[in-house]
Each structure stands twice: as C-alpha cells, then as structure tokens.
Design a protein around this ligand. Structure first.
Ligand code: FAD
Length: 409
C-alpha cells in the first residue's frame, strides 16, 4: 500500500472493516484527519516537501457521501491546478429570482464558474497524494489524542479495532463540526446554515449553462435556493438556517415551484447531497504547537456566498507552508502567522451582509431588494457579489519574513 516505506521504520498493521490489512508506520511527521478538498490539498503539498504524512478518513472511498455542489469560481480555477476533466463546462450566465420569480439576468465577460465532478477530483488528488508518498488510511476514524514529550499519540479506530500512532503535528481537516478542533482546544464553529440538494441527469433548460439563484425566505431562510446547470449535470438545492425550515420539505416544494423554469420530467436523480456550512467567518484561534485547522474546520467559508472550496485550496496551501517551516525550525513565532484574526479583517463586510441576510424574512422586503438590484445603479452590486474576485483573502501577504510561500498548486 504505502509507496515509500524505508525498512528501518517500525511497522504495524491495522485491519479495516473490509478486513484488508493496512501497513502503517507507527510514527509520522504530520497526521491529517479528513480527506475532503482541504485535507487532500494540504497532504499532497506537505508530502511533496518530503515530509512523512498520514492521511486518515472515515470514508471507505472518497467518491461517496459528497456534500458539496462543487461550484468552483474563476479565481480558484486560475490559481490552482484543478484537472480539466474533473470540471463541467464553463458558466458565465447567472439569473437571480425574487420571491415572486421576477428575474435579473447577469452575464459575465469571463467563464466564471465550473461545477466540479467532485468524486473524480477527490480520487485524482488522492492519487497525487499517494504518488507523493502520503500514507492513506481509509475507513478509519480519529478518536482522540494525547501529548507528551513533544509528540502526539493519535488514537484511531479501524472497524472493530483501535490502534494508535505517534505524530509530530496534527492537522484537523475534519469538516464543519471538527472533533480535532475540540481536542486541540482551538476554536469551534458556532453559526451554520444547512444545504441539501439533488444531483440530476437529463434535466432540460434552454440556453447556455447557467446558475439560477432564488431568494425566498420560506424555501431558503437566510440563504438561497439554487439550480446549477451545465448541460451535463443539474444540481437543485436549498440552503438556510436549520432552525427556520425543514430542508427536505423545502427541496420538494422548490422542485415543484421551478417546473415552469426547468423541465425535470425526464430527469433522473443520481445523488442527494447535504451538509452543514459554517458561516460565522474564519475562526480566530486555529493553530497551536500541537496542531492547526484547515477548510471548514477552520470556518474558512465566505460568510455571504457560503463558498468554501476556494478557501480550502488557499488556506491549505498556506498551512502547508507554515507547518513545513515550523517543523524544520521549531520556531513558535512561525505559527503566529497562521491566525484567523488576520483573515477576519477582510471578512468584515461579508459578515455584516450575512447578519442582514439572516434577518431578511419578509418576502416583501426581499422583493423590494431585488427590484432595487434591477436598477442599473445597483446592478453593479449584484455583479460584484456573483462575479467579484474577492472570495478568500490571499494569504501570501500574511507571511512573516521567515516563511517562504514556495508551496503552490
Ligand atoms: C450542500 C452544500 C453545497 C455546497 N456547495 C458549494 C459550492 O458549490 N462551492 C463552494 O465553494 N462551496 C460549497 N459548499 C461548501 C464546501 O463544500 C465546503 O466548504 C468544503 O467542501 C469543505 O471541505 P473540507 O475538506 O474542509 O471538509 P469536508 O469536505 O467536510 O471533509 C471532511 C472530511 O473529514 C472526514 N472526517 C470527519 N470526521 C472524521 C473523523 N473523526 N475521523 C476520520 N475522518 C473524519 C469526513 O469523512 C470528510 O471526508 C457547499 C456545502 C454544502 C453543504
């Protein structure tokens, strides 16, 4: 299984649920819990720096239980190496619907979005991790850890058996409700919306690929309902504050409400996806001498758009730089660069916009807001929200002089 095991390392076997024996070292430089986009990005970058990385996920394979629509924005597509065959056709058209279904058409000069084929992309990044020497433990759950003598002992469960490995540093990429964050005594996400969607094949929507966004406080309180259609795949979903609606019922209602907009009569549902999205902004306290957080575990999601894929790529690349430097120098100051405090300043306007979105529960108010957006003077704002390039702050300028941002991709 693992590609590069020097013979002098102590080995041990773990038996997973499929009774497959997996050979693991007992000691790693870095252990990453969670092989979503954040964990995969960080693992492959760290392994390419020559570090011994263990990547752990409770899933058996990464193309199951996906919980993202997978819309990548232009900025991510430009800055990172997302393989072309893991992406759907480009989208430059957006239609914004008011609660009464009055529409506002927005068209960008650029290809703004592409819907990722996420199962395929996760598998591709995993292959790259393995090629770089990452040791991969699927179907294995993180249970907890303890720290002594500058090392961490990590307890892992593989089916019926529990085992432990040691590591110099622990990275929590275990999603919105991070157990690693809690155990490391770092900050926890507190504000969430919930999203649920159907993935369909065979839906018919005239015109070019497009993103349709519906403002409706009943179907999607505090967020939007959406149709993301790129001719090959259609994602139909609703999102909002969990205490304010029942997402499954809302999704059914939404499906019947859009019958006049998209023809779903011959559409076949191939998947259902759902999950919590942290929208309180990147957390302040996300690193200490034992470990750090990336992706949703760090709250690295745009509070307004709820987009988390760009932050996964950017924050994980930054984390890989910081951890590489920290493990080679032991300089605690290096970790101070990895503070959510620095990123939060850039999120102030989006956090305010989120507060406002959370309170807009009257359809009349949203209808009025949409009418204003249709006025030429305000349509710039709508264009900025959908096509602006300001998603997650660039982290290169957060670096301290000692840290090289040499890790990209
Ligand atoms: C319905 C929905 C639609 C979305 N659509 C978009 C979109 O179109 N564009 C966008 O930019 N963002 C979107 N987001 C947000 C985005 O998907 C997330 O921000 C991003 O996927 C988070 O990635 P991650 O790697 O941090 O976490 P995750 O993808 O949640 O990965 C965490 C991994 O950790 C594993 N794990 C958790 N606990 C343990 C444990 N104890 N032991 C072992 N493994 C564990 C899990 O199995 C999982 O594989 C959406 C979110 C939702 C819910």
């Amino acid at each position: 299984m693992p590609a590069r095991l020097p013979p002098f390392f102590c080995l041990r076997t773990l038996r997973n649920k499929g009774l497959r024996e997996i050979v693991v070292r007992t000691s790693y430089d870095i252990t990453i819990i969670g092989a979503g986009l954040a964990g995969l990005q960080c693992a492959r970058l760290l392994a390419r720096q020559g570090l011994n990385v263990l990547l752990v996920d409770r899933k058996n394979t990464l193309d199951q239980k996906i919980h993202t629509t997978g819309i990548f924005v232009r900025r991510t597509l430009v800055d990172f190496d997302i393989p072309d065959d893991c992406l759907g056709p480009p989208i430059k058209h957006v239609t914004l619907y008011s609660p009464a279904h009055r529409s506002l058409e927005l068209v960008s000069q650029h290809d703004e979005f592409r819907i990722g084929r996420m199962g395929q992309l996760y598998q591709r990044y995993l292959q790259q991790c393995l090629l770089a020497g990452v040791h991969w433990l699927p179907q294995t759950s993180y249970l907890g850890h303890s720290a002594a003598n500058g090392k961490l002992t990590i307890r892992l469960s593989t089916g019926s058996s529990t085992d432990s490995i040691t590591t110099r540093y622990l990275i929590g990429a275990d999603g919105a409700r991070s157990r690693v964050a809690r155990d490391l005594k770092l900050e926890l996400n507190r504000e969430f919306i919930i999203g649920v969607e159907s993935v369909l094949h065979g839906a018919v929507l005239d015109g070019p690929p497009r993103l349709l966004c519906f403002l409706d406080p009943k179907l999607a309180p505090g967020y939007i309902a959406w149709i993301a259609h790129d001719d090959e795949e259609t994602h139909l979903g609703v999102g909002g504050y969990p205490s304010l609606f029942d997402p499954t019922t809302a999704l059914q209602d939404f499906r019947s409400r859009v019958a006049g907009i998209i023809d779903l009569r011959k559409a076949k549902q191939i998947e259902t996806r759902a999950g919590l999205i942290p929208v309180g902004g990147v957390l302040k306290n996300i690193a200490n001498t034992n470990g750090l957080l990336i992706g949703d575990a760090a709250g690295a999601v745009s509070p307004l758009t709820a987009g988390g894929l760009d932050p996964c790529m950017r924050l994980s690349a930054f984390a890989a730089s910081v951890v590489t430097e920290y493990l080679s120098t032991g300089d605690v100051e290096v970790l101070h660069a990895y503070s959510g405090e620095l990123f939060r300043k850039r999120f102030v306007s989006r956090l305010w916009a989120r507060r406002i979105a959370a309170t807009l529960r009257q359809p009349q108010l949203l209808e009025l807001g949409c009418a204003l957006l249709r006025l030429p003077v305000f349509s710039k704002l709508a264009n900025h929200v959908f096509f602006g390039r300001g998603s997650f702050p660039d982290v290169t300028d957060q670096l301290q002089p000692g840290i090289n941002q040499t890790i990209t991709g």
